[in-house]
Design a protein around this ligand. Structure first.
Ligand code: AKG
Length: 275
């Protein structure tokens, strides 16, 4: 991976909470990730969840798949993404938080509800971000991601809910969290940004950025997205109510640095040169 983060990328990320990075992931990594996705669909890892699509299409979800598949692991550790995260954070250390797969097969009309991520995650701190990789050409018709520009700076934490009816992934109520407003009912009130993507493009986004995605309304193309989440220097373990228990690390106490087997350090360097 040879992509170099530009000052303009960092400015957009800081201001808007999300930025499109074109052509980050080359054909070799794309092939490895695509093959790993097919393996996961064939024989899903332990955190597999299929979202209910009311009989139409199929929405395959899974997480922590780096732990069971060597190619997902290699992509999370060795692809160069950790260094990109360090650049966005200006951090001297990057930990892998986890990875997650979102495959909407043709005809999966179910949107991904508006949400922000950090309320789901047992981590506090500002240096928490994701890289969503497109494996297919992705447009408004087959479920591209959408972001509310600048929402990562609202400091609003929205109550997690499952993306669809699933057997796993229920979330405790957190009295400090808010209910997500009905953004689709008042889209004109929000500054919504979205980008068409080509395979290998990546969206880098902040963990508090409010985002969602449309359904895959096409019957001839898939919409495979693979996301990797990283944390930086200021991240601390915080298993507050409402967070996904599947992401809780045994052996860490609230306030600890993230470093452990579940959140391994994947990059170290000079913060000054990264900034
Ligand atoms: O791909 C999707 O539908 C949702 C992705 C998402 O919410 C994420 O990666 O945080």
């Amino acid at each position: 991976m040879t992509y170099r983060v530009t000052p303009a990328d960092i400015e957009s990320y800081d201001r808007d909470g999300a930025v499109l990075l074109k052509g980050v992931v080359g054909p070799e990594w794309l092939d490895r990730v695509a093959a790993a996705i097919e393996r996961d669909i064939e024989t899903p890892g332990p955190f597999f969840h299929s979202y209910d699509t009311e009989g139409k299409g199929r929405f395959h979800g899974n997480l922590r798949i780096w732990q069971t598949d060597p190619d997902f692991r290699a992509y999370c550790f060795e692809s160069g993404l950790p260094k990109l995260a360090a650049r966005f954070f200006g951090a001297s250390r990057v930990n892998l938080l986890y990875d997650q797969l979102f495959v909407k097969e043709p005809g999966t009309a179910q949107p991904t509800r508006w949400h922000n991520d950090q309320p789901y995650w047992p981590v506090r701190g500002w240096q928490v971000m994701s890289f969503w990789l497109a494996l297919d050409p992705t447009t408004a018709e087959n479920g591209r991601l959408e972001f509310v520009r600048g929402s990562h700076r609202w400091d609003r934490w929205f109550q997690p809910e499952a993306f669809g009816k699933t057997e796993v992934n229920t979330y405790d109520e957190n009295p400090d969290y808010e209910t997500m407003p009905d953004i689709d009912a008042a889209r004109g009130d929000y500054d919504i940004v979205a980008w068409d993507m080509e395979p290998g493009d990546v969206i880098a986004f902040h963990a508090l950025a409010v985002h969602g995605a449309g359904g895959n309304l096409r019957d001839d193309v898939r919409r495979r997205g693979y996301t990797v989440r990283y944390t930086g220097d200021d991240a601390r373990f915080d298993p507050r109510p409402g967070t996904a228990k599947a992401l809780w690390a045994d052996g860490l106490k609230e306030g600890d640095r993230m470093d452990c087997d579940l959140y391994p350090v994947v990059w170290r360097g000079e913060a000054a040169s990264a900034a």
